[in-house]
Design a protein around this ligand. Structure first.
Ligand SMILES: [Ca+2]
Ligand SMILES: [Ca+2]
Length: 504
């Protein structure tokens, strides 16, 4: 049952304003003040009932009606719908859109500690600052944000407007990684090596580590540290096209990925490619990002659904990148542990879950969840953890309960391996959430115990695919909870960013 209909689709069409929906816009506008839940019998504004009946009428005419605003066309040749963006106009980084790194990532021999201190908004820009400052065992600090776990997309147009830092050892990048967590694939929209501030690199990575491959090109232009420039990527089935300031600078039709990716914006310091900073490198350096805009191509006969969610996930049946006009699609919002579904927002607002709709237009939806006051609470963070082995001293067991998705525990490269958490007292354990790294366990058991000697298995996985896993448990109680791995899925050890245990 849909009682409200709104209003925010941006259609790009060759720079012209298209206003085909004024009537519906008026309706929807009148409607913005209404907030009614029929299902829960909560009616906040009876004056809106007239408009509700209008909306039901309009809904019966069509699923959705939208205010259509034309934005500049990023490619000049096609019609695009803005589906996700951040203009960075606020006071603080929007953490429903971005995860802010807080870790000494072990990668490419880079020298920075990524800290939230170096990620902030200023004058309508996201600022990633790089400093010569000791932190977390590193000699430099810098900033990294990503949409991992918050927003992913397959295909589209991705545009970032930025003014880049420069100098020997400075490595700004706008790039994308596979949402599933394996590497490659990776698409680098823009990379710049700071001692060549007029050269932009554009690269596609494919294959699977260690048999990975890459192909790319570079464009030599102005000094990209002196002013703002736009860096764009058009990604379609079998096509990748890179743009700098609206001009195509590289393209390929080979090895084009077809799985969802998330976005990453960062400035690395040092690393194998740029080398170390030297006496000529000036600190601090600033990487200014004016906006990030993500589009999907508007194909009227092939509408799409984009759904975002924090504290939950959205599933589609059938799950397709595009639908045929008239297809029925069932959309289900599944809350994270400890949350309950509240409502839908975006092009279509309502309270039914799951909901079935007829695909007549592009739909941009957001699932809203709220904290479940009766739900289980997180009981594992900061507790004592013991593991069977460590891959290396910095990949310590306590990293799975530090609340940081950038730090992880990893075991030695053999089977079996285990890790347990001491909850300090006996709990009824209702759920466990595992955040696997790419090196995950294929077969493992969840076990509980009151003495860390005799273990009872409460859940068994025989063909685990990794990623983020919500595990609901029945009749599980104990002071200790253990993940007992019997078969690794990769040649590497068992590797987990975080284990969250929920109970009462
Ligand atoms: Ca801005
Ligand atoms: Ca962690």
């Amino acid at each position: 049952m849909y009682l409200r209909v709104t209003v925010e689709t941006y259609v790009l069409k060759k720079g012209r304003f298209q206003n085909g929906a004024a009537f519906f816009y008026g309706l929807a506008f009148s409607f913005k003040s209404a907030s009614i839940k029929i299902r829960n019998m909560k009616v906040k504004n009876w004056n809106s009932l007239f408009f509700i009946s209008c909306a039901i009428l309009s809904f019966s005419l069509d699923n959705v009606y939208s205010q259509e605003t034309i934005v500049e066309d990023p490619t000049g040749i096609e019609e695009w719908v803005l589906v996700w963006s951040d203009e960075f106009d606020g006071k603080e980084v929007d953490t429903t859109k971005w995860r802010i790194e807080d870790a000494a990532l072990i990668k490419n021999n880079e020298l920075q500690y990524y800290t939230p201190e170096d990620v902030y908004l200023e004058n309508g820009n996201l600022v990633l600052r790089s400093r010569k400052k000791s932190m977390g065992g590193r000699d430099y600090t810098s900033g990294l944000v990503e949409t991992k776990g918050l927003y992913t997309q397959t295909y589209g147009f991705f545009e970032i407007r930025a003014k880049l830092p420069k100098g020997k050892g400075i490595w700004p990048a706008h790039w994308m990684m596979n949402a599933v967590g394996t590497w490659p694939p990776e698409i680098d929209i823009m990379e710049l090596i700071g001692h060549e501030p007029n050269k932009v690199h554009m690269t596609n990575h494919w294959g699977l580590h260690p048999d990975n491959r890459m192909e790319g090109s570079h464009f030599t232009g102005p000094d990209f540290s002196e002013d703002f420039h736009t860096f764009g990527l058009q990604w379609e089935k079998g096509l990748l096209r890179w743009f700098v300031d609206g001009e195509e600078r590289y393209s390929t039709t080979e090895n084009v990925h077809d799985v969802p990716f998330y976005l990453i914006l960062n400035t690395a310091v040092g690393g194998n490619w740029p080398g170390k900073p030297n006496a000529t490198t000036e600190f601090p350096q600033y990487h200014y990002i004016d906006y990030v805009r993500v589009f999907k191509k508007n194909i009227p006969e092939k509408p799409f659904i984009i759904a975002s969610a924090d504290n939950g996930k959205v599933y589609f049946d059938p799950d397709k990148e595009r639908y045929d006009k008239g297809d029925d699609v069932t959309i289900t919002a599944v809350p994270d542990i400890g949350y309950i579904f509240d409502s839908w927002a975006g092009n279509m607002e309502g309270f039914d879950n799951p909901l079935t709709i007829k695909m007549n237009k592009n739909l941009i939806l957001k699932a809203l969840f709220e904290k479940d006051p009766d739900g289980p609470v997180l009981i594992s963070q900061g507790k004592k953890v013991v593991a069977s082995s460590l891959e290396s001293p910095e990949l310590q067991a306590s990293n799975v309960v530090d609340g940081n998705l950038g730090t992880r525990w990893s075991s030695k490269f053999s089977d079996p391996q285990w890790i347990y958490i001491d909850l300090e007292e006996e709990y009824t354990i209702e759920a466990v959430k595992l955040y696997w790294e790419a090196a995950h366990g294929r077969r493992y058991e969840i076990q509980v115990s009151n003495d860390a000697i005799d273990w009872t298995t409460v859940e068994t996985f025989n063909d685990n695919v990794g990623q983020i896993k919500d595990i609901w448990l029945e009749n599980a109680a104990g002071r200790y909870i253990r993940l007992m791995g019997s078969e690794r899925a990769t040649q590497w050890g068992y590797s987990l960013f975080e284990i969250e245990v929920f109970g009462k």
